[in-house]
Design a protein around this ligand. Structure first.
Ligand code: NAP
Length: 241
């Protein structure tokens, strides 16, 4: 994507920026001149197959509250937070209550905790938060009820924080990706669901991680200065179908 936003002098943190959607968004902010910090589950940047050069990598388990708080304290400044780290547990295992709790902890509680850990920096603002929601924020997710509940929660949390933090000059918005080709969805692409997803998506293709970049750069920018509390579907028409 051609960068048409200017993030020079700004610091951006993207949880889950080590792969897929988060990495594409990280590279978009980097190309637009920003100083970009990313997190992932592995020990160091070299442990990843993708090139993370120029991105400040930190290992942070989104279930580890102390690690999240420590990251908030380590950051020198912050203009944009993108809560993108996410995971799922599918099928029969998804119906075990401990696994339900685990997915909620990573996707929803982790989003809230990192937002709180970085709030003092964002308040110096004008800060902006972008939460990564999902089509399952709107539709049922029978293969992973914890994932669906977490992403519905992310949509609501976006609204709550947008209202609560508007007086601090912090805007809080979301992006709801459609079906995007990443390691998270490899399972579906290799199943019979692949055909159903393509039939259900008017634009007739899987989204690419880079399809999310423009929405993130826009929502965090002055061009979206009066937008807060929305979750923008970027889905090839999936929600319109
Ligand atoms: N792909 C889609 O179709 C789609 C659709 C809607 C929403 N989303 C959301 O988009 C976000 C990014 O997903 P993706 O599709 O880009 O998948 P991905 O390539 O697997 O990226 C997931 C990211 O989250 C990190 N992560 C996973 N579990 C974590 C944990 N317990 N603690 C800390 N970090 C963890 C991963 O770290 P590692 O790289 O170290 O594993 C990675 O950086 C997620 O919130 C996902 O729910 C994806």
């Amino acid at each position: 994507m051609q960068a048409s936003f200017d993030y020079r002098g700004q610091t951006i943190l993207i949880s889950g920026g080590s792969s897929g959607i988060g990495l594409a968004i990280a590279k978009g902010f980097q190309e637009a001149g920003g100083t970009v910090w990313i997190t992932g589950t592995r020990k160091q940047a070299d442990d990843y197959p993708d090139d993370l050069t120029g991105l400040h990598f930190r290992q942070v388990d989104m279930e580890d509250g102390a690690a999240i708080d420590a990251l908030g304290e380590e950051l020198p400044s912050l203009d944009v937070l993108v809560n993108c780290a996410g995971n799922t547990i599918r099928n029969e295992e998804a119906y075990q209550p401990d696994n339900f709790d685990k997915v909620i902890a990573i996707n929803l509680s982790g989003t809230f905790r990192l937002s709180m850990a970085t709030l003092p920096l964002l308040k110096k603002g004008p800060g902006s938060v972008i939460n990564i929601a999902s089509m399952t924020s709107y539709f049922g997710a029978p293969g992973s009820p914890g994932y669906g509940a977490s992403k519905a929660g992310v949509l609501e949390l976006t609204q709550s924080l947008a209202v609560a933090w508007a007086s601090f000059g912090i805007r809080v918005n979301g992006i709801a990706p459609g079906w995007i080709e990443t390691k998270l969805t490899q399972f579906w692409r290799e199943s019979q669901r692949d055909r159903l997803i393509l039939e259900r998506t008017p634009m007739g293709r899987w989204g690419q991680p880079e399809d999310m970049t423009g929405a993130a750069l826009f929502l965090a920018s002055d061009a979206a200065g009066f937008i807060t509390g929305i979750t923008l579907p970027v889905d090839g028409g999936y929600t319109a179908m």
